[in-house]
Design a protein around this ligand. Structure first.
Ligand code: NJP
Length: 238
């Protein structure tokens, strides 16, 4: 049994955006290490994985989030991975209110709603002497921007702000909060094709899952505030 087995076996972790890409890799890695995963996404039809319980979840919809949070609490959740997210890239002059709402609602409101749904439970855990964790998958562009990135990066800056505010607040109830900031990852992001030739040198979903597991398995006295990772072929940017 590895150190990680010991750290994850018996834990219960809620993962959003678990149907594909990074969230699917996180779900696979966690269940492989003995954790139970409450896995949510809008389209979970046909998904099956030993150790994972799939839930239809739309992070922008309060009723859907409430049902997901209740399932996670029933299972005894001790950590949440806010990974669900959408990408959208166009110049400022082309951004519509509908697209603004889709991106901000998914990436920012979604993070707020799912987290909010679990905080009462995290407070109860703290009262019993148990800590909890939230790991938010934001982006390497949660603190820098570029042409065509106004909407997406606005959502990721905001998600970073939510993450950091939660870290301040969560100290009062034993919550350790981590921001994972990946550069380009070969997934289905923004309607792209996984495995396309031009993505050969990009990060793999498993690389990001490793970073998530690193945060989740940190010793209890350590808090991993932030992990920034890029494929080597991407420019060095901080
Ligand atoms: O994208 P993709 P990634 N409610 O499209 C789900 C960030 N990131 O894995 O609902 C619930 O393969 C969707 O499922 P479904 C990025 O911003 C990526 O790359 O069934 N779930 C699917 O499971 C995002 O935060 C890159 O459509 C919702 C998942 O989200 C995270 O990584 C770079 C949902 C998306 O899978 C994962 O994205 C970077 C909703 N309303 C940051 N809407 C990159 N790939 O290059 C979507 O810097 N989902």
């Amino acid at each position: 049994m590895t150190m990680r087995d010991r750290a994850l076996r018996g834990r219960v972790i809620a993962v959003t955006g678990a149907s594909k890409g990074i969230g699917w890799a996180v779900t696979q890695a966690l269940t492989a290490q003995g954790a139970r995963v409450i896995a949510g996404a809008r389209d979970v039809g046909g998904l099956q994985l030993d150790g994972a319980e799939f839930w239809r979840l739309d992070v922008t919809d309060e009723a859907s989030v409430d049902a997901f949070a209740r399932a996670a609490v029933r299972a005894g959740v001790d950590a949440l991975v806010n990974n669900a997210g959408v990408g959208s890239f166009q110049p400022v002059e082309e951004i519509t209110p509908a697209e603004y709402r889709r991106v901000m609602d998914t990436n920012v409101l979604g993070t707020l709603l799912v987290t909010r749904g679990l905080i009462p439970h995290f407070r109860e855990r703290y009262a019993r002497g148990e800590g909890s964790q939230v790991v938010n998958v934001t982006s390497d562009v949660s603190a820098r921007t570029f042409a065509g990135g106004a909407l997406y990066t606005a959502s990721k800056y905001a998600q970073r702000a939510v993450t950091q505010a939660l870290a301040y607040e969560g100290r009062a109830y034993g919550l350790r909060v981590t921001e994972i900031r990946p550069g380009m990852v070969d997934t289905f992001f923004a309607g792209s094709v996984q495995g396309a030739a031009h993505k050969a040198g990009w990060l793999r979903p498993d690389d990001v899952a490793d970073a998530v597991l690193y945060a989740l398995t940190a010793p209890l006295h350590a808090r991993i505030d932030e992990v920034l990772l890029h494929p080597v072929e991407q420019d060095v940017v901080f």
